[in-house]
Design a binder for this molecule. Structure first.
Ligand SMILES: Cc1cc2nc3c(=O)[nH]c(=O)nc-3n(C[C@H](O)[C@H](O)[C@H](O)COP(=O)(O)OP(=O)(O)OC[C@H]3O[C@@H](n4cnc5c(N)ncnc54)[C@H](O)[C@@H]3O)c2cc1C
Length: 389
């Protein structure tokens, strides 16, 4: 932003990554005045692996951003291979609905690309300040935000609606006391890093009882390789020495991939996530709404959070543009209808109590839920849809 923010916006969004920046983009394209604020700096990395499902890639395509993502060097992913024990099943990505392959851009690429598109559409995007508080009117309705700059200066900005896109530890959710109404019981530990020198053989997901591993080709010729396991094993083997734990789980779960990694070059440090059970939270109220992980989080084992954030950004932007509480309630209802199966299957997979024979049908049900999601997104398109502009 060249000048400071205005004193009032139709929507102020806290968080400017996949949920927040996408919501800002879609609201700005609908002609609303929008400010997105993120306490991080533009292009900062975040704790996340990178797989986009078809629904996520479809959203980028529907918003005319997919060519730009591909031009960033995010390679085309033409198949997904599930390896149950030693038995691989390769599923080619069928060209459909303008999506002929998947891609998994780095978050250092995807998030600023969305934010730049939001700016291009007319949104203001402010990096650095953090949300400090919400303002309310006499009835308790949220009327704006108080943001705190890095030097401690406070600034009050009015908003028709304040949107929390501020992730799993959402300050907006805490300040509005958004209650969870559906919770997961399980979580698993994940560790990952990046390697150069691995061939792009599509997304690869490996499973053995108690472990999972995978390879996701991304920008700059790198491949993200992750391992996942039970919390007990994560704490015992990975928490203290992540490198040793990573290689031990990888060699056990995916010996072929471990062999490939042994001749590749690691390009970044190891990152670990000890896990957190999922939740669905109340995601709208007077003057506020939540999107992305702020409102709904599930274990990363099914690699779906970014795709869901891109889906829900659009559902929420449509509801905000309608401007009624009923539309916001419908947003939450549609989100839940599209997410509930994904959520429950993810929780079961994250439990790591399955046998390989039990896991395959769980994946088939997941695939059905994902197809339903894609159909729902395609059904949003109409002849005058402004988001395709
Ligand atoms: C280990 C791991 C692996 C994952 N792998 C995948 C995967 O392969 N595929 C997939 O689809 N999903 C994956 N996910 C999930 C995915 O990362 C999240 O679902 C996604 O990042 C949610 O996006 P978001 O925009 O809602 O929140 P975030 O990406 O968390 O962004 C929130 C933003 O809000 C900002 N913010 C927070 N508080 C404030 C404040 N008070 N003031 C100002 N700004 C604030 C933060 O700086 C941050 O930039 C993974 C997650 C983890 C933890």
């Amino acid at each position: 932003m060249e000048q400071g923010p205005k004193s009032h916006y139709d929507a102020v969004i806290i968080g400017a990554r996949c949920a927040g920046a996408a919501t800002a983009l879609l609201l700005a394209r609908r002609g609303l005045s929008v400010l997105a604020v993120d306490r991080d700096h533009r292009g900062a990395d975040t704790l996340s692996t990178l797989a986009l499902m078809r629904a996520g890639v479809l959203q980028l395509q529907r918003w005319n951003l997919l060519d730009e993502v591909r031009a960033s060097g995010a390679p085309a992913i033409r198949s997904t291979t599930f390896v149950y024990g030693d038995a691989p099943i390769t599923v080619p990505i069928k060209p459909r609905d303008g999506v002929d392959s998947l891609c998994s851009p780095r978050r250092t690429v995807l998030d600023p690309l969305l934010a730049d598109a939001a700016r291009f559409a007319g949104a203001d995007v402010l990096y650095g300040p953090r949300l400090s508080d919400l303002t309310r009117d006499a009835s308790g309705r949220v009327t704006g935000v108080v943001i705190e700059a890095r030097d401690g200066a406070l600034l009050e900005i009015g908003a028709g609606i304040v949107i929390g896109a501020d992730g799993m530890r959402s300050t907006v959710a805490r300040l509005v006391e958004a209650a969870p109404y559906h919770q997961g019981a399980h979580a698993c530990g994940t560790a990952y890093t990046y390697w150069s020198g691995l061939e792009n053989r599509g997304n690869r997901w490996h499973y053995r009882p108690g472990t999972s591993a995978g390879a996701i080709p991304t920008n700059d010729g790198n491949t993200l390789v992750f391992v996942a396991t039970t919390p007990a094993r994560f704490h015992a083997e990975l928490q203290g020495d992540m490198e040793a734990g990573f290689h031990s789980v990888l060699a056990e779960c995916a010996p072929g991939l471990a062999e490939e990694v042994s001749t590749a070059t690691r390009t970044e440090r190891y990152r670990g996530f000890p896990g957190m059970p999922g939740y669905m939270r109340q995601s709208h109220g007077p003057g506020w709404a939540l999107v992305g992980d702020a409102g709904y989080f599930k274990d990363p084992i099914t690699a779906h959070g970014i795709s869901d954030a891109l889906r829900d950004a659009e559902l929420l932007a449509r509801a905000v543009a309608q401007g009624s509480e009923a539309a916001l309630a419908e947003y939450q209802g549609t989100r839940d209808e599209l997410s509930r199966n994904l959520f429950d299957i993810t929780d079961e997979i994250a439990r790591f109590a399955w046998t390989l024979a039990e896991l395959e049908p769980l994946h088939k049900n997941l695939s059905k839920a994902m197809n339903h999601e894609v159909e729902a997104l395609l059904a949003l398109d109409g002849p005058t849809e402004p988001s395709r502009a």
